[in-house]
Design a protein around this ligand. Sequence first.
Ligand code: G
Ligand code: G
Ligand code: MN
Ligand code: NA
Length: 254
Amino acid sequence: IFLENALYKALENNELLLHFQPQIDCRTERMIGAEALIRWNHPTKGMISPVEFIPTAEATGLIVPIGKWVLECACAQLKKWHDEGRTELSVSVNLSGRQFEEDDLVSMIEGVLKQTGINPESLHIELTENQIFRNTHMTLDKMRELKMLGIKIALDDFGTGYSSLGYLKNFPIDTLKIDRSFMVDILTDKNNAAITSTIITLAQNLGLDVIAEGVETKAQLAFLSAKDCFYIQGYYYSKPLGVEELAAYIDRAA
Ligand code: G
Ligand code: G
Ligand code: MN
Ligand code: NA
């Protein structure tokens, strides 16, 4: 109850903010987009990680207004980048499965697209396999409607969920994001190397984009690019950044 009330106030008092983690095409070293990651700047406790409050936000339903705020804020930021001439950039927004239980999810997103005037193709929604399988039919219907708006859908933490591969045929998915756990010791851990290679090949054979997450070293980058996985998100290039730090990063990576 304490956390719920505090979180409700956080939304009202503008204590929530977004950080953005660059996604890079390693062939050109240019930024292709950024993932929006929420933070809570608590007046006394300082910066709080989403790991500590997203579960409560989901359980109480507060994720619905918070998720709307995240989307508005991320799209407004994207609009700024596009207005500054960086029209190649996309923004990735994490959606919670709980948000898919709302009847007006699609019209809410359509409204934000209209209100900000961004190109729908440059909005990427991230979902995990487990979120999709909370309620397969309802989620599939909404995903199809989202695709009709023109936005892109990425499967986050790919390879860690409880699902079969068959759904990749039926679900309108554009991108697989390889979970960062598979990057650990990728040069020496045969299992992680095999899983990562297989996900890359799977994406290539299905005609999907693939992004590797949690890339921290040059060796990991070399492993990935040798397998034609060029889209990279991880500390090797940048941790998630505040808007001003990101502006400096964009200027450097221009
Ligand atoms: O950036 P960080 O490592 O702290 O993020 C931790 C987790 O919090 C991420 O795995 C991500 O899925 C989740 N998360 C971050 N921002 C959002 C958000 O805006 N909405 C939802 N639903 N989850 C988020
Ligand atoms: O939504 P998702 O669970 O994919 O969120 C990405 C999370 O991964 C964020 O919390 C971000 O801070 C974290 N992250 C991003 N890059 C790296 C990295 O290179 N190493 C590690 N350990 N974590 C990362
Ligand atoms: Mn994500
Ligand atoms: Na992930």
